[in-house]
Design a protein. Structure first.
Length: 348
Protein backbone atom coordinates (compact mmCIF):
# COMPACT_ATOMS: atom_id res chain seq x y z
CA UNK A 1 0.00 0.00 0.00
CA UNK A 2 1.30 3.46 -0.89
CA UNK A 3 1.86 5.92 1.96
CA UNK A 4 0.99 9.52 1.02
CA UNK A 5 2.67 11.15 4.02
CA UNK A 6 1.24 14.57 3.23
CA UNK A 7 -2.23 13.17 3.90
CA UNK A 8 -1.47 11.37 7.15
CA UNK A 9 -1.45 12.25 10.81
CA UNK A 10 1.27 10.61 12.88
CA UNK A 11 -1.26 8.20 14.37
CA UNK A 12 -2.42 7.11 10.92
CA UNK A 13 1.18 6.53 9.85
CA UNK A 14 2.01 4.60 13.03
CA UNK A 15 -1.02 2.32 12.45
CA UNK A 16 -0.03 1.74 8.82
CA UNK A 17 3.55 1.04 9.91
CA UNK A 18 2.48 -1.66 12.32
CA UNK A 19 0.13 -3.20 9.78
CA UNK A 20 2.37 -3.00 6.73
CA UNK A 21 5.92 -3.38 8.03
CA UNK A 22 5.33 -4.98 11.44
CA UNK A 23 7.46 -2.21 12.94
CA UNK A 24 6.92 -0.32 16.17
CA UNK A 25 6.09 3.38 16.60
CA UNK A 26 9.71 4.49 17.11
CA UNK A 27 10.48 4.00 13.41
CA UNK A 28 7.20 5.63 12.36
CA UNK A 29 8.13 8.59 14.55
CA UNK A 30 11.58 8.81 12.96
CA UNK A 31 10.07 8.73 9.47
CA UNK A 32 7.37 11.29 10.27
CA UNK A 33 9.88 13.62 11.94
CA UNK A 34 12.33 13.38 9.05
CA UNK A 35 9.56 14.19 6.61
CA UNK A 36 7.74 16.98 8.42
CA UNK A 37 10.28 18.42 10.88
CA UNK A 38 13.37 18.12 8.70
CA UNK A 39 11.27 18.76 5.59
CA UNK A 40 12.96 15.91 3.77
CA UNK A 41 10.65 14.28 1.19
CA UNK A 42 13.11 11.35 1.02
CA UNK A 43 12.31 10.53 4.61
CA UNK A 44 13.65 6.97 4.31
CA UNK A 45 17.08 8.64 4.63
CA UNK A 46 16.46 9.07 8.37
CA UNK A 47 19.24 7.36 10.35
CA UNK A 48 16.91 5.07 12.27
CA UNK A 49 15.23 3.90 9.06
CA UNK A 50 18.58 3.23 7.41
CA UNK A 51 19.57 1.11 10.39
CA UNK A 52 16.56 -1.18 9.98
CA UNK A 53 17.46 -3.85 7.39
CA UNK A 54 15.46 -3.58 4.16
CA UNK A 55 13.07 -0.92 5.46
CA UNK A 56 14.53 2.04 3.56
CA UNK A 57 14.21 0.18 0.26
CA UNK A 58 10.58 -0.65 0.90
CA UNK A 59 9.79 2.91 1.93
CA UNK A 60 11.50 4.32 -1.14
CA UNK A 61 8.95 2.33 -3.14
CA UNK A 62 5.97 2.99 -0.92
CA UNK A 63 6.17 6.69 -0.02
CA UNK A 64 4.24 8.84 -2.44
CA UNK A 65 4.88 12.55 -2.67
CA UNK A 66 3.30 14.79 -5.27
CA UNK A 67 2.55 18.24 -3.90
CA UNK A 68 2.99 19.80 -7.35
CA UNK A 69 5.76 22.03 -8.56
CA UNK A 70 6.16 25.78 -8.22
CA UNK A 71 6.11 27.23 -11.73
CA UNK A 72 5.88 30.92 -10.99
CA UNK A 73 6.72 33.23 -8.15
CA UNK A 74 6.22 36.96 -7.80
CA UNK A 75 7.57 39.13 -4.97
CA UNK A 76 6.25 42.57 -4.28
CA UNK A 77 5.58 44.84 -1.35
CA UNK A 78 6.84 42.13 1.02
CA UNK A 79 4.37 39.54 -0.27
CA UNK A 80 5.17 36.49 -2.33
CA UNK A 81 2.65 34.80 -4.56
CA UNK A 82 3.57 31.35 -5.79
CA UNK A 83 1.82 29.33 -8.46
CA UNK A 84 1.85 25.54 -8.15
CA UNK A 85 1.25 23.23 -11.07
CA UNK A 86 -0.41 20.01 -9.94
CA UNK A 87 0.03 16.52 -11.37
CA UNK A 88 -2.85 16.92 -13.84
CA UNK A 89 -1.51 20.24 -15.10
CA UNK A 90 -3.97 22.57 -13.32
CA UNK A 91 -2.55 25.49 -11.37
CA UNK A 92 -3.32 26.97 -7.99
CA UNK A 93 -2.07 30.08 -6.21
CA UNK A 94 -0.90 30.66 -2.65
CA UNK A 95 0.52 33.73 -0.93
CA UNK A 96 3.12 34.29 1.79
CA UNK A 97 2.43 37.27 4.02
CA UNK A 98 5.30 38.27 6.31
CA UNK A 99 4.36 39.60 9.75
CA UNK A 100 6.62 40.93 12.51
CA UNK A 101 7.61 37.65 14.11
CA UNK A 102 6.47 35.02 11.64
CA UNK A 103 4.90 34.42 8.25
CA UNK A 104 1.38 33.47 7.23
CA UNK A 105 0.58 31.36 4.22
CA UNK A 106 -2.74 31.88 2.49
CA UNK A 107 -3.67 28.63 0.75
CA UNK A 108 -6.23 27.36 -1.74
CA UNK A 109 -8.72 24.57 -1.13
CA UNK A 110 -10.05 24.20 -4.67
CA UNK A 111 -8.97 24.81 -8.24
CA UNK A 112 -11.18 27.80 -8.98
CA UNK A 113 -14.47 28.28 -7.15
CA UNK A 114 -18.12 27.80 -8.03
CA UNK A 115 -19.47 30.55 -5.77
CA UNK A 116 -19.20 33.31 -8.35
CA UNK A 117 -18.87 36.28 -5.97
CA UNK A 118 -18.94 39.35 -8.15
CA UNK A 119 -15.96 41.09 -6.56
CA UNK A 120 -13.67 38.04 -6.73
CA UNK A 121 -11.20 37.04 -9.45
CA UNK A 122 -11.27 33.37 -8.45
CA UNK A 123 -15.04 33.31 -8.83
CA UNK A 124 -14.63 34.17 -12.51
CA UNK A 125 -12.71 30.93 -13.07
CA UNK A 126 -15.56 28.63 -12.12
CA UNK A 127 -14.73 25.37 -10.35
CA UNK A 128 -12.37 22.85 -11.94
CA UNK A 129 -12.07 20.46 -8.99
CA UNK A 130 -11.44 20.06 -5.28
CA UNK A 131 -7.88 19.81 -4.02
CA UNK A 132 -6.79 16.58 -2.38
CA UNK A 133 -5.46 16.63 1.18
CA UNK A 134 -1.98 16.16 -0.28
CA UNK A 135 -2.38 19.20 -2.52
CA UNK A 136 -3.67 21.34 0.36
CA UNK A 137 -0.91 20.32 2.78
CA UNK A 138 1.56 20.45 -0.10
CA UNK A 139 1.17 24.25 -0.22
CA UNK A 140 2.19 24.57 3.44
CA UNK A 141 4.99 22.01 3.15
CA UNK A 142 6.41 23.59 0.01
CA UNK A 143 6.12 27.05 1.55
CA UNK A 144 8.07 25.96 4.63
CA UNK A 145 10.77 24.36 2.50
CA UNK A 146 11.11 27.34 0.23
CA UNK A 147 10.30 30.35 2.39
CA UNK A 148 11.31 29.21 5.86
CA UNK A 149 10.16 27.59 9.02
CA UNK A 150 8.76 30.83 10.39
CA UNK A 151 5.54 30.02 8.51
CA UNK A 152 3.33 29.45 11.52
CA UNK A 153 -0.10 30.69 10.44
CA UNK A 154 -2.34 29.21 7.77
CA UNK A 155 -5.42 30.89 6.36
CA UNK A 156 -7.79 29.18 3.92
CA UNK A 157 -8.49 32.37 1.98
CA UNK A 158 -6.95 31.48 -1.36
CA UNK A 159 -8.85 29.93 -4.24
CA UNK A 160 -12.03 28.09 -3.36
CA UNK A 161 -14.72 27.72 -0.70
CA UNK A 162 -13.25 25.45 2.01
CA UNK A 163 -16.66 24.07 3.04
CA UNK A 164 -17.22 22.88 -0.53
CA UNK A 165 -14.30 20.54 0.11
CA UNK A 166 -15.11 19.91 3.76
CA UNK A 167 -13.64 16.44 4.41
CA UNK A 168 -10.31 17.16 2.74
CA UNK A 169 -9.97 20.54 4.44
CA UNK A 170 -10.66 19.08 7.88
CA UNK A 171 -8.19 16.24 7.33
CA UNK A 172 -5.64 18.84 6.18
CA UNK A 173 -6.24 20.79 9.41
CA UNK A 174 -5.61 17.59 11.39
CA UNK A 175 -2.40 16.87 9.51
CA UNK A 176 -0.95 20.39 9.64
CA UNK A 177 -1.70 20.72 13.35
CA UNK A 178 -0.14 17.37 14.29
CA UNK A 179 2.47 18.16 16.93
CA UNK A 180 4.79 15.45 15.63
CA UNK A 181 4.68 16.99 12.17
CA UNK A 182 4.17 20.54 10.90
CA UNK A 183 2.85 21.49 14.34
CA UNK A 184 0.81 24.51 13.30
CA UNK A 185 -1.36 25.29 16.30
CA UNK A 186 -5.07 25.16 15.55
CA UNK A 187 -5.44 28.67 16.95
CA UNK A 188 -3.15 29.74 14.10
CA UNK A 189 -5.38 28.21 11.43
CA UNK A 190 -8.32 30.09 9.92
CA UNK A 191 -11.10 28.70 7.76
CA UNK A 192 -12.89 31.32 5.70
CA UNK A 193 -16.33 30.64 4.25
CA UNK A 194 -18.63 32.57 1.97
CA UNK A 195 -21.37 31.51 4.37
CA UNK A 196 -22.20 27.85 3.73
CA UNK A 197 -24.44 27.28 6.72
CA UNK A 198 -24.25 23.48 6.49
CA UNK A 199 -20.45 23.79 6.62
CA UNK A 200 -20.58 26.09 9.66
CA UNK A 201 -22.87 23.61 11.41
CA UNK A 202 -20.72 20.61 10.49
CA UNK A 203 -17.65 22.41 11.80
CA UNK A 204 -19.50 23.33 14.98
CA UNK A 205 -20.38 19.66 15.50
CA UNK A 206 -16.71 18.68 15.24
CA UNK A 207 -15.99 21.05 18.11
CA UNK A 208 -12.43 22.02 17.25
CA UNK A 209 -12.46 24.92 19.69
CA UNK A 210 -9.25 26.69 18.76
CA UNK A 211 -9.79 26.84 15.03
CA UNK A 212 -10.61 30.35 13.77
CA UNK A 213 -13.69 30.89 11.65
CA UNK A 214 -14.08 33.78 9.23
CA UNK A 215 -17.22 34.59 7.28
CA UNK A 216 -16.94 36.62 4.12
CA UNK A 217 -20.09 38.74 4.52
CA UNK A 218 -19.68 41.82 2.32
CA UNK A 219 -23.28 42.98 2.53
CA UNK A 220 -25.67 43.63 5.41
CA UNK A 221 -29.00 42.61 3.86
CA UNK A 222 -30.44 39.77 1.79
CA UNK A 223 -31.02 41.75 -1.37
CA UNK A 224 -27.53 43.20 -1.71
CA UNK A 225 -25.76 40.06 -0.50
CA UNK A 226 -27.70 37.98 -3.00
CA UNK A 227 -26.55 40.28 -5.78
CA UNK A 228 -22.89 40.26 -4.73
CA UNK A 229 -22.69 36.62 -3.65
CA UNK A 230 -25.00 34.19 -5.48
CA UNK A 231 -24.62 31.61 -2.66
CA UNK A 232 -26.74 33.91 -0.52
CA UNK A 233 -29.81 33.22 -2.64
CA UNK A 234 -30.07 29.84 -0.90
CA UNK A 235 -29.66 31.24 2.62
CA UNK A 236 -30.66 34.39 4.51
CA UNK A 237 -29.09 36.86 6.90
CA UNK A 238 -31.30 35.49 9.67
CA UNK A 239 -30.24 31.85 9.11
CA UNK A 240 -26.59 32.85 8.82
CA UNK A 241 -26.79 34.79 12.05
CA UNK A 242 -28.49 31.82 13.78
CA UNK A 243 -25.74 29.45 12.64
CA UNK A 244 -23.04 31.82 13.90
CA UNK A 245 -24.80 32.37 17.22
CA UNK A 246 -24.85 28.61 17.72
CA UNK A 247 -21.19 28.22 16.79
CA UNK A 248 -19.23 27.07 19.88
CA UNK A 249 -16.71 29.88 20.29
CA UNK A 250 -14.08 29.30 22.90
CA UNK A 251 -13.86 31.89 25.68
CA UNK A 252 -11.81 34.82 24.43
CA UNK A 253 -12.20 33.86 20.76
CA UNK A 254 -14.03 36.00 18.22
CA UNK A 255 -15.61 35.33 14.88
CA UNK A 256 -14.10 37.32 12.07
CA UNK A 257 -16.45 38.95 9.59
CA UNK A 258 -14.84 40.04 6.34
CA UNK A 259 -16.45 43.02 4.68
CA UNK A 260 -14.96 43.98 1.33
CA UNK A 261 -15.80 47.64 1.05
CA UNK A 262 -17.05 48.53 -2.43
CA UNK A 263 -17.78 52.22 -2.99
CA UNK A 264 -21.31 53.12 -4.06
CA UNK A 265 -22.36 49.50 -3.49
CA UNK A 266 -22.09 48.54 0.20
CA UNK A 267 -20.58 51.57 1.95
CA UNK A 268 -23.60 53.76 2.65
CA UNK A 269 -24.75 54.87 6.12
CA UNK A 270 -27.71 52.47 5.89
CA UNK A 271 -25.28 49.61 5.22
CA UNK A 272 -23.20 50.50 8.29
CA UNK A 273 -26.35 50.64 10.41
CA UNK A 274 -27.72 47.32 9.10
CA UNK A 275 -24.34 45.64 9.53
CA UNK A 276 -24.01 46.86 13.12
CA UNK A 277 -27.55 45.66 13.93
CA UNK A 278 -26.89 42.24 12.39
CA UNK A 279 -23.64 41.89 14.34
CA UNK A 280 -25.15 42.93 17.66
CA UNK A 281 -25.84 39.40 19.03
CA UNK A 282 -22.53 37.98 17.78
CA UNK A 283 -19.06 37.99 19.33
CA UNK A 284 -17.46 39.16 16.11
CA UNK A 285 -14.90 41.57 14.76
CA UNK A 286 -15.19 43.14 11.34
CA UNK A 287 -12.21 42.90 9.03
CA UNK A 288 -12.73 45.80 6.64
CA UNK A 289 -11.00 45.21 3.33
CA UNK A 290 -10.89 47.85 0.62
CA UNK A 291 -12.01 46.34 -2.68
CA UNK A 292 -9.00 45.57 -4.89
CA UNK A 293 -9.91 46.10 -8.51
CA UNK A 294 -8.45 43.53 -10.89
CA UNK A 295 -8.36 44.01 -14.62
CA UNK A 296 -11.81 44.93 -16.00
CA UNK A 297 -13.20 45.06 -12.47
CA UNK A 298 -16.85 46.11 -12.24
CA UNK A 299 -16.13 48.35 -9.25
CA UNK A 300 -13.48 50.86 -8.24
CA UNK A 301 -11.31 50.88 -5.12
CA UNK A 302 -12.61 53.00 -2.22
CA UNK A 303 -10.79 56.18 -1.21
CA UNK A 304 -9.23 56.39 2.23
CA UNK A 305 -11.94 58.83 3.31
CA UNK A 306 -14.66 56.35 2.34
CA UNK A 307 -12.99 53.57 4.29
CA UNK A 308 -12.50 55.73 7.36
CA UNK A 309 -16.05 57.00 7.24
CA UNK A 310 -17.51 53.47 7.15
CA UNK A 311 -15.16 52.34 9.89
CA UNK A 312 -16.09 55.24 12.14
CA UNK A 313 -19.79 54.54 11.69
CA UNK A 314 -19.30 50.95 12.86
CA UNK A 315 -17.10 51.96 15.78
CA UNK A 316 -19.72 54.50 16.85
CA UNK A 317 -22.10 51.53 17.16
CA UNK A 318 -19.63 49.63 19.37
CA UNK A 319 -18.48 47.27 16.62
CA UNK A 320 -14.82 46.21 16.67
CA UNK A 321 -13.21 46.90 13.32
CA UNK A 322 -9.85 46.08 11.81
CA UNK A 323 -8.80 47.66 8.55
CA UNK A 324 -6.49 45.63 6.39
CA UNK A 325 -4.10 47.48 4.12
CA UNK A 326 -4.41 46.31 0.52
CA UNK A 327 -0.79 45.16 0.28
CA UNK A 328 -0.13 43.28 -2.89
CA UNK A 329 -2.73 45.08 -4.97
CA UNK A 330 -0.29 45.31 -7.85
CA UNK A 331 0.76 41.74 -7.34
CA UNK A 332 -2.86 40.63 -7.73
CA UNK A 333 -2.39 38.65 -4.55
CA UNK A 334 -4.74 40.69 -2.45
CA UNK A 335 -8.02 39.37 -1.10
CA UNK A 336 -10.36 38.10 -3.78
CA UNK A 337 -7.71 38.33 -6.46
CA UNK A 338 -6.07 34.95 -6.50
CA UNK A 339 -6.55 33.27 -9.82
CA UNK A 340 -6.31 36.42 -11.90
CA UNK A 341 -2.94 35.39 -13.32
CA UNK A 342 -4.24 31.91 -14.00
CA UNK A 343 -7.32 33.30 -15.69
CA UNK A 344 -5.18 35.26 -18.08
CA UNK A 345 -3.38 32.05 -19.03
CA UNK A 346 -6.42 29.78 -18.96
CA UNK A 347 -7.17 27.55 -15.98
CA UNK A 348 -4.28 25.26 -16.73
S1 LIG B 1 -14.80 35.21 -2.59
FE1 LIG B 1 -14.29 33.11 -1.98
S2 LIG B 1 -16.25 32.02 -2.19
FE2 LIG B 1 -16.48 33.91 -3.37
S3 LIG B 1 -15.90 33.33 -5.47
FE3 LIG B 1 -14.07 34.11 -4.42
S4 LIG B 1 -13.01 32.30 -3.66
FE4 LIG B 1 -15.14 31.72 -4.11
Amino acid sequence: MMLPLLEMTYKELADAFTEQYKKGPALAKALYGEFFKNLNPKAWQAEEIQASPGLADRLREDLSFSPGKIVDEIHQDGLTKFVTELADGVRIESVILPLKTHQTVCISSQVGCRMGCRFCETGKLGLARNLTVEEIIGQVYTARRRYGRSIRNVVFMGMGEPFDNFENVIQAVRVMSDQRGLNIAQRHITLSTAGRIDGIEKLAALNIPNLNLTVSLNAPNDDLRGRLMPIHNTVSMVRLQQALRAYPLKKGNWLSIVYVLIPDVNNGPEHARQLADWLQPLRAKVNLIPFNPGKNAPFRAPHETEIDSFRRQLIARQIQVQKRAPRGRDLMAACGQLGSGIRQQGLN
